[in-house]
Every structure is written in structure tokens, then in C-alpha cells.
Design a protein around this ligand. Structure first.
Ligand code: PMP
Length: 359
């Protein structure tokens, strides 16, 4: 049955949307793209094979890591910037510049989209985040403002508001409030899944951070086929939708433990949970058994997809699950940090004179 929850307060889904015209179809086999921004979307969807062996249901993974900067948020970032352009708040070559508070993939998405379009992104993020993330943002030309970890997410917001007040040319992109964040998944991610599965999709499984992905894609798929079930997955340690009480958990980018305008919980047919440690183990299995290197939220979502595919009543059903990001962005954090450790400790062998190749 349906879960109770607030409907999204956003007017993102109105009569103005013409879904099919928005679905870009670049044919990269006989076409040179004009900008990296043209490479966003149309990510492949691929079957799981080994980790689902013997299960009644089938699982296909939408590989959002194959966007230009390796995450689903490349779609959102481009949509947020282009929406501000449509509103006239950002003009290429103009004085106004984008501003966002984010530590994550949205920041990286906004940074490269800004670079490609000739803007300078200003970003606030907690100092505690990894040096790799900071370096990536700096390399893309971002003006980065760090806030103390003691101030938490509120610190990022406070600093961003301060910057916005100091500089009237900074335009906040507001991923947690922007209709464009949901709309892009209604116009692209949902239709792509519909097209790639040729309408055979029975379940859409996803994690949610802002909720843009699951709300937009889920709404589109239910409109095509009302029987499609939208299933959210959250970490057991931060099971806000299941228990009403969030909590700290290690799955970056998802389940912030609050209600946000970009998430429509009334769309959820079911919420599944998985312990974070099992989500992380799933990442390891996907690497070694499927050759798929994805981030923790993908491990969590796929854990949920496998729970569904394991149910006898889902015999022959097709579960499509969103894998939001690529594993390499998390090499210094779970679930990959252990391999960094292992890599550092690998023994080396010095060749003896006899073993050395003769010139
Ligand atoms: N996984 C990762 C790694 C993310 O960065 C995000 C975005 N915060 C999500 C999942 C969730 O996507 P959405 O914001 O569209 O719910």
C-alpha cells in the first residue's frame, strides 16, 4: 500500500511539459557533440547477471555513472543552470554567477557545467569533506568556501546566504527547492528507462537525496503504466521514511532525514531498508562479480532491487534500479578505503641479478 507523506510542494509537473520533445536522442555514432553538456543523459541500462543468479525477478541497472562527471547529478546541475538561464538570472558572458551549498556530486556537476558555459561557480562545503572533492572543484575553477564541520550542513547554508547577501550577482541554484531538479528526471531519466526497457519495467528502485530522481522518473513511469511500483531504499541507520526518525549513516548523498520540496513521498509504493554495511558489501560484490564500480548509494539501491527480485511473487518481473554514481569518487572512503590500505601494504619483490630481464 501507499505510504503517507507530504506531497511535493512544487509545481514542477504541469500541462506545460511535453515529455517526448525533451528527450534528446544524440546519435554519437555519426555525430560530433558540440559541448560536453550534450553528453549528459542517455546513460545505458544493463542487466545484473551473477548477483541475481537463480532469483525469480530480473534486475537492470541504470548506469548514471556514465554521465560526463560520473553521476546522476550532472543531469540536475545542467537543468538547474539552464533553468536560471531561461529565467534570465544567468546569461552566458553576463555578470551573474551561480552559487550552491553542496559537498557532493551536485557541486561537481555545477562546477563542470559552469566551466563549459563560461560561468564561475561559488560553492560552500564543510571542511571535513575529502581533499579529492575539494581538489576536483578547484581544478574546475570553483571559488570554494569551507565551513567548519562543527557547524554541519547549517554552516554551509549560513555561509552561502552570507555570500549571496554580500554579492548581488550570485544566484543560488537551490537543488532542494528547484522545480527543474524534478522536471529533468520526468523529461529524461523516466523516458529513458521507459524506452530502454521497452515498457517492460515493473519496479523503479532508487535512493533519494533531494528526491529529484525518484520523484521525476517515478511520476513519468507511473503515467505510462500505472502498475509500475516506485520503491525507495534507505539505510537502516538513517531510516527516516520507515521510522520517522533519521540518523547519521555513511551512504553519501542520500537520506538526509528531513522532508524536502523536491521529494514526493506519496509516490512511494514501498520503502526498503538495508544496513549500510550490507550496501557497502554489495559494492564489493558488484565490482568482483559484475565488473561494475559504483558508489555506496548504488550499492544500497541495488541491495533493495535484489530484495524485490528475491520475492517469489516477482517471478519474471523487471526491476530497474538507479545507480547514481561511479565508485572512483569514493576511493578514500567506504567501501573502497580498505583497498587503498591494502594497496599501500602490498609487498614488493626486488629481482635478483639472475631474474632481471637481459637487455
Ligand atoms: N546518490 C548520490 C551519490 C548522490 O550524490 C545523490 C544526490 N544527492 C543521490 C544518490 C540522490 O539523488 P537525488 O538528489 O536525485 O535524490
Amino acid at each position: 500500500g501507499k505510504l503517507n507523506g507530504p506531497r511535493t510542494q512544487l509545481e514542477w509537473h504541469d500541462g506545460l511539459i511535453e515529455q517526448s520533445s525533451k528527450l534528446r536522442a544524440p546519435d554519437l555514432r555519426n555525430h560530433i557533440a558540440s559541448s560536453v553538456t550534450d553528453l549528459v543523459g542517455w546513460t545505458p541500462t544493463v542487466m545484473l547477471n551473477k548477483v541475481t543468479a537463480g532469483l525469480p525477478g530480473r534486475v537492470a541497472v541504470k548506469m548514471e555513472c556514465l554521465n560526463p562527471f560520473s553521476s546522476v547529478k550532472d543531469r540536475t546541475a545542467l537543468a538547474l543552470i539552464e533553468d536560471l538561464e531561461r529565467q534570465g538570472k544567468l546569461i552566458p558572458g553576463g555578470e551573474n554567477q551561480p552559487l550552491e551549498m553542496t559537498s557532493g556530486n551536485t557541486g561537481i556537476g555545477l562546477a563542470w557545467v559552469a566551466a563549459a558555459k563560461g560561468y564561475k561557480l561559488t560553492c560552500t562545503m564543510p571542511s571535513a569533506y575529502s581533499d579529492e572533492r575539494k581538489a576536483l572543484l578547484l581544478a574546475l575553477g570553483t571559488d570554494l568556501h569551507l565551513t567548519d564541520k562543527l557547524d554541519g550542513p547549517a554552516g554551509m547554508l549560513a555561509r552561502a546566504s552570507e555570500l549571496e547577501e554580500e554579492n548581488p550577482h550570485l544566484m543560488m541554484t537551490r537543488q532542494f527547492e528547484a522545480a527543474a531538479n524534478v522536471r529533468v528526471h520526468y523529461q529524461q531519466t523516466g523516458p529513458e528507462i521507459w524506452s530502454q526497457s521497452q515498457g517492460r519495467v515493473d519496479f523503479l528502485v532508487a535512493t533519494a537525496g533531494t528526491g529529484g530522481t525518484i520523484t521525476g522518473a517515478g511520476t513519468f513511469l507511473k503515467e505510462q503504466k500505472p502498475g509500475v511500483e516506485v520503491v525507495a531504499v534507505e539505510p537502516l541507520e538513517g531510516a527516516y521514511w520507515t521510522t520517522g526518525c533519521g540518523g547519521p549513516h555513511p551512504v553519501q548523498g542520500v537520506s538526509p532525514g528531513l522532508d524536502v520540496p523536491t521529494l514526493d513521498r506519496s509516490l512511494f509504493d514501498e520503502v526498503l531498508t538495508a544496513p549500510s554495511a550490507e550496501a557497502m558489501q554489495m559494492c564489493h560484490r558488484l565490482a568482483r562479480e559484475e565488473g561494475m564500480f559504483v558508489g555506496p548509494s548504488s550499492g544500497l539501491a541495488i541491495h533493495g532491487a535484489i530484495q524485490l527480485a528475491s520475492r517469489p511473487e516477482n517471478e519474471g518481473k523487471l526491476v530497474v534500479v538507479i545507480a547514481p554514481s561511479f565508485g572512483e569518487r569514493y576511493l578514500s572512503s567506504p567501501p573502497w578505503a580498505q583497498f587503498m590500505e591494502e594497496a599501500r601494504k602490498l609487498p614488493t619483490k626486488l629481482l635478483t641479478e639472475e631474474e632481471k630481464p637481459k637487455a
